[in-house]
Design a protein around this ligand. Sequence first.
Ligand SMILES: [Fe+2]
Length: 393
Amino acid sequence: MHITSPFTSPLGGVESLLAEARERTLVLIENVSEADLERVHDPLMSPLVWDIGHIAAFEDLWISREAGLDLLRPELAAVYDAEETPRSDRGDLPYLSRDEALAYMDEVRERALGSLDLVSPFIGEMLVQHENQHNETMLQTLQLAEPGAYEPPRRRSPGRAAAGALEVAAGPFRMGDPGRGFAYDNERPQHEVDLPAFRIDRAPVTNAAFDEFVADGGYHRRELWTPEGWAFREREGWERPLYWTEDGRERRFDQVVALDPDLPVMHVSWFEAGAFARWRGARLPSEAEWEKAARRAGLRRGNLDQLDFGPGPAGPFLGDCWEWTASEFRGYPGFRAFPYAEYSEVFFDSGYRVLRGASWATRARVARASFRNWDHPRRRQIFAGFRCVEESR
Ligand SMILES: [Fe+2]
């Protein structure tokens, strides 16, 4: 079956894009030991070798469909199907070892390159972005891993967090993918949304601001939390963001460093973000507010593309950290699944909350104002922070 795609960019260049995506994946794991690649570092995450085999299996699936070929390794399809096996069970799967997974990657790629003229531009770009997106998942796993598993190269981005709020006037705007480039089905169709005026922070909430909330007893004031959020806080014993230490520092991969007051706070759940907002007399933006403000502010990019292994000073809407929004993940009016229902439709209306923007770990190609990320409101392993909307006074 050949799928008709709304994405019509010329195919030229997909070969080099695929090569670039692969190079980054391999750089990411080149200094990780075989044992650390095959270990389950946290029940939340797959072992890293699962991601490697899954990237290959996803490419195998789509290249085979497009080119009318049989799967190269049909026996692996179920092992690497993200829907069939929850992450917590992936440690028990008969997945390939490091060397086997890398060999499978090479075999699939070789066949893909021989079939590219049969592959639609949308599917070619989807394979690139899928591999790009798994790089970020792999970095989440590496950040969860015990110090010693991964020592990233580092630079620092000096500067101060942006201050103040952006006034966004009442009125309609076009929400969603404008149709000029690649977008997933959940970003479409573009549609008009009319919003009242609002004031949104120019920057995500900083470490300094969140530290004040912690110091003010924010984690112990039940009235600031939703009932579900409070139950999680109690059950998990949350006292501070995931990687903050009791002595007021934070762990970033292999190092424990002083909190930088100008960086966005990260690794907080949607529940913690909401509690902070209530403490400040504010709220989380809806995703429509977020997107309208982002388009209005101009799409200046913060730290992206895994270059500094951490965010830059809090400010831009794209880059540094994902941002939780108040919105639940749903289809836009007129939504149609493409090219498969499992990408987004199966997650609609199930309590997932939308995150917007992009993080320092997001490949630049994936970062766009219409991109919608989603996760459970209790999740903290994502490179996510948030910004607030001030309640109208
Ligand atoms: Fe995937």
